[in-house]
Design a protein around this ligand. Sequence first.
Ligand code: BJW
Length: 221
Amino acid sequence: MKVVVLTGAGISAESGLSTFRDSGGLWEGHDPMQVATPEAYADDPGLVQRFYDARRAALDTVEPNAAHHALARLEEALGDDLLVVTQNVDDLHERAGSRRVHHIHGRLRSAWCRACGVRHEWDGPLADTPPCPACGARALRPDIVWFGEIPYGMDLVEQALWECDLFVSIGTSGLVYPAAAFVHWARGATLELNLEPSAGATDFAESRQGPASELVPAWVD
Ligand code: BJW
């Protein structure tokens, strides 16, 4: 049985990472949704770099929760027949033991150089404009997909959704495309696991409400 799981910020909420639209909070007085854009980066690169530097540093303070661990157990059972497609830029799936994880919106622990295009695993800050290890230019930006940019690996995702027997969406509001349309691309059965009905809840054959740390292990085990 081939399964594709889509995850969003809700799966990491119980690990202590804020979601985008539930946090209600501001970051240095700014709406996080306004900071995560190419326009914000063009206007004030230092501000955007600090936003991502803070989130990258926060990864060291959090751990995967029961939902991430349950998906890692599912991969042990299904092997290559499970693909986790995540909108999250954290590394909690990998740290829980998942291996087949595809980050469509990029990763906090990666940076790419706007001068030479090379990507680098990155753990430190970027706001102090360190040189690119490949070309030396001080042009590294977070390896994050902002609004108007093209998400990574859409061919791979489209193919997996076309071939899957089951598509499960976990902890996402269903407000951001193209991920919000995956339920329509999936050929198999569809299931949503979310704290509340998402914007696209009625497009799923079944929608269950509750915290991911309870719903996901209950579904997997
Ligand atoms: C819990 C829980 C618990 C809480 N347990 N659940 C079609 C129509 C209209 C617009 C567009 C369209 N197509 C494209 C667009 C434009 C745009 C878009 O979607 N705009 C919308 C605002 C309308 N999309 C794009 O620009 C994308 N690019 C694109 O489409 O390129 C064209 C193209 C596509 C395909 C092929 C070729 C070309 C790029 C989108 C980039 C999104 N980037 C961000 C920020 C960067 C990453 C970062 O900084 O971290 O990604 S925005 C932000 O939203 C972030 C997230 O990954 C993304 C989704 O958010 P998510 O994960 O759903 O979080 P929340 O907070 O919204 O929801 C959390 C949910 O969890 C809630 O429902 C809670 O209830 C729940 N929850 N606690 C279970 N304990």
